[in-house]
Design a protein around this ligand. Structure first.
Ligand code: FE2
Length: 168
């Protein structure tokens, strides 16, 4: 038997129709917010946390537009359950998110033990890149550190970033 202890689930699904609705003149935010809550709730249940769907709210939501030299430093989101991105527009070779190992005790361990294959995602990967496509919805536990690479061109990357919480 082999256990997978302390896993960090990350939700990743394409919802191109949501982007089209958000970007269109209909400006139908209700279906977008309902989807963020539905999918966020799925992830929270998968994490094994107790919550009531009716208490779950969008705590913060904001729009990010990246151009040349835009980036985001390593950070986590405090006082929320899960956080996420909905990618509205992804230009060619634009910035992308990197998720970082949240287990601080692995740092010293990794200093003295080498990975067999640095290009392969494994239990001991320090950072994992996700190259988004338009419509990608990614939701993750808010404790998971993340960042965005420095963008090297002036193409547009536009995404919604949000936090969900049940104690507002
Ligand atoms: Fe963030």
């Amino acid at each position: 038997m082999m256990y997978s202890l302390f896993p960090t689930p990350v939700f990743h699904e394409n919802h191109k129709h949501l982007c089209e609705r958000f970007n269109s003149s209909q400006n139908d935010f209700k279906i977008v917010s309902d989807t963020l809550l539905d999918k966020g709730f799925e992830l929270i249940k998968r994490m094994g946390l107790k919550t009531n769907y009716n208490n779950l709210k969008i705590k913060d939501i904001w729009l990010e537009t990246f151009k040349e030299y835009s980036n985001q430093e390593y950070h986590v989101h405090y006082n929320s359950l899960v956080s996420g991105f909905l990618f509205l527009e992804v230009g060619k070779d634009t910035s992308f998110p990197i998720f970082c190992d949240p287990r601080s005790n692995t740092l010293l361990y990794k200093d003295i033990n080498e990975l067999e294959n640095k290009d392969e995602v494994s239990a001991m990967s320090e950072r994992v890149n996700i190259k988004p496509q338009q419509g990608d919805l990614i939701i993750f536990p808010s404790y998971l550190p993340h960042m965005f690479t420095v963008q090297k061109n002036n193409n547009i990357l536009r995404f919604i970033h949000f936090n969900l919480h049940d104690k507002l």
